[in-house]
Design a protein around this ligand. Structure first.
Ligand SMILES: C[S@@+](CC[C@H](N)C(=O)[O-])C[C@H]1O[C@@H](n2cnc3c(N)ncnc32)[C@H](O)[C@@H]1O
Length: 271
């Protein structure tokens, strides 16, 4: 019935994609992801396609296979695409699917390989096990309840990169994501408790209502000594437009930030 891999592709830079993620993506029948995640793997997919075309030129009877089936999702379309993926894996994807299976059978008959089991990679930026639980839980339940195996492939998280840039040990810090739907009261409490205990925090702001300047104001209003902490604000980590702003928690600039943003807040004496 096929298999689904939930694949972490890292924070964006090509050098931060793991070898196993590359191999799975190269060999997958279908690759699904948001625009940012698909951009990260664009070269892998294109390279695989170019190599395949090169081979087909060398051996004219070799498969004239189609370009990899890459499906972009948005918040609006994702549920529909996941449902289509389920049908595809179960072989219930209608006329188009029947045509494709016909072509594959033909390919196999000609000795061009092919396999019964379909493999789909659903991409996640960073690591699927950080700040993705709403969607990961939903996907695991959707596919496993239909008898389709799901495996999670870890990736390098944006929080790992931020920790490395700031030289802050992850095991001595609290990791908090505000990138959730609905209330963030629990996360706000966790942030206050951590700073009151004078521990470092690595956090993901929430586009666009709880960004760095809002977080600075919130902490001041809640009585945190904002002069006693420094903050490193990372935007677009590992990408060519990566940027860092280092300042006191009291002095967070009130400006626009990228939605790809991680903050590392630490007690000043740790500097
Ligand atoms: C839904 S969360 C996904 C986090 C991801 N699973 C991870 O491990 O990095 C999306 C948020 O991750 C953070 N993020 C992802 N990639 C980033 C990057 N290259 N630079 C800075 N922040 C990034 C941003 O805070 C972004 O809004």
């Amino acid at each position: 019935m096929g298999k689904v891999y939930l694949v972490g592709v890292g924070p964006g830079g090509e050098l931060y994609i793991t070898e196993i993620a590359k191999r799975l993506i190269e060999s997958a029948d279908v690759v699904v992801g948001y625009k940012h995640a698909l951009n990260v793997i664009k070269n892998i997919v294109d390279k695989g396609y170019d190599e395949m075309r090169e081979k087909s030129r060398e051996k004219s009877e070799m498969a004239k296979r189609e370009k990899k089936d890459v499906r972009m999702i948005t918040l609006k379309t994702q549920d529909e695409v996941y449902a289509q993926l389920l049908d595809y894996l179960k072989g219930k994807d209608g006329e188009e699917g029947e045509k494709r299976r016909g072509r594959e059978r033909e390919g196999e008959r000609k000795g061009e390989g092919g396999r019964g089991e379909k493999v789909c990679c659903i991409l996640f930026t960073g690591d699927p096990d950080f700040s993705e639980s709403e969607i990961v839980d939903k996907l695991v339940s959707l596919f496993e309840s239909n008898g389709i195996e799901v495996e999670i492939i870890p990736g390098i998280s944006s929080v790992q990169v931020a920790a490395a840039r700031s030289k802050v040990a992850i095991d001595r810090s609290s990791l908090i994501t505000f990138h959730v739907t609905g209330s963030i009261d629990r996360e706000k409490d966790a942030l206050l408790n951590t700073l009151r205990a004078k521990r470092p925090v690595i956090l993901l702001p929430r586009p666009w209502d709880f960004m760095p300047q809002h977080i600075g104001r919130f902490l001041r209003d809640e009585g945190i000594d904002v002069d006693a902490f420094t903050v490193d604000i990372y935007e677009n980590l590992t990408l060519s437009n990566e940027k860092v702003t280092r300042c006191k928690l009291a002095d967070i600039p009130d400006r626009d930030y990228s939605d790809l943003c991680v903050m590392v807040i630490k007690p000043s004496q740790q500097q």
